[in-house]
Design a protein around this ligand. Structure first.
Ligand SMILES: [Zn+2]
Length: 308
């Protein structure tokens, strides 16, 4: 049976870039408030009016929650949905998350089921081959009674889900995989994919810009043989942004991207054991990747449109 939205006693979906450092009020979605942060260096809290350092707001919350990485990701661009729904014992029930504010193209990163009032809880139902990663956006649940008492019975179950929406950009699948890996506590692969997401965001824009004034094959060779990602991040991109009157990537973001680059190189060259990537490292790296991705989404059109 499909649950109707009206069955839910409570439903709440939010995508927030951390919370205000002054009043703890949830800030807007990263994609919506990042441009103001890049332009002004802070954003205004819609609740208390304080100017908030968006980077610190997102990073503080993510670092604080890094002991439960899947939930920490909700501060870095992932969404979070909470609902409380009646579930009947021994009955199969499907919850279409799209009816509770989750986009149809979202990937589920984590879920939690907690019975309310010691009556019934829910477990996930699956066929003979349980999927390793959660497929789609429909929860297939079975009500399980808690403790003694008459059967069947119905109880309220709190459901919490963390998810990341889809995006058309070439870099997004890499960022999504980085988030999935972090949610699974696989921190070394997470930062490898996170850095790839940033590289794929930066390099094609630099390439397109260079091709305005240099031969295509020369640019191709330069990008392949000479232009390291660190040079692109720390020299070419700041130069191009400044020349074209666009805000530079905030130093805090670039600094964290450099820190992640060194960790990622340790992973690639010396292995996971030597690199010893912690949950805090991964959260800072993912925060940097999410902000780096948003910076390129913001600055890319400026770098390309203003070029003559
Ligand atoms: Zn505030």
């Amino acid at each position: 049976m499909n649950s109707d939205r009206n069955d839910a006693a409570f439903t709440h979906t939010i995508e927030a870039a951390g919370s205000c450092l002054n009043c703890r009020h949830a800030l807007p979605r990263l994609v919506d408030c990042a441009p103001a942060y890049f332009e002004q260096g802070s954003i205004r809290c819609g609740h208390c009016g304080e100017q908030v350092d968006l980077w610190q707001a997102a990073l503080n919350n993510a670092a604080r929650l890094s002991i439960v990485p899947a939930w920490a990701l909700a501060n870095l661009g992932a969404g979070k949905t909470n609902l409380v729904i009646p579930i009947e014992s021994a009955k199969h029930q499907e919850i279409d998350l799209c009816r509770h504010g989750v986009p149809a193209d979202a990937k589920i990163l984590a879920r939690n089921y907690t019975g309310q009032g010691d009556e019934v809880t829910a477990v996930e139902w699956h066929g003979n081959s349980p999927p390793l990663r959660f497929p789609g956006t429909v929860l297939r649940l079975m009500g399980v009674p808690l403790g003694e008492g008459p059967l069947p019975r119905t109880g309220r179950v709190a459901i919490a889900v963390v998810w990341i929406r889809g995006d058309d950009s070439d870099a997004w699948p890499y960022l999504t995989t980085a988030f999935e890996a972090a949610a699974a506590r696989e921190y070394a692969p997470s930062i490898v994919f996170a850095q790839s997401a940033v590289e794929i965001s930066i390099m094609p824009i630099i390439k397109q810009r260079l091709r305005r004034h240099a031969a295509a094959d020369r640019v191709e060779n330069f990008m392949k043989d000479s232009l390291a990602y660190s040079h692109a991040l720390n020299a070419v991109l700041p130069y191009m942004s400044a020349e074209l009157g666009a805000p530079r990537m905030p130093d805090a973001v670039r600094g964290a991207l450099n820190k992640m680059r060194k960790k990622r190189n340790d992973v690639i060259h010396e292995g996971d054991k030597v690199a010893a990537v912690t949950a805090e490292d991964a959260m800072e790296g993912l925060c940097a990747a999410a902000f780096g991705f948003e910076y390129m989404r913001y600055v890319g059109p400026i770098l390309l449109e203003k070029a003559k």
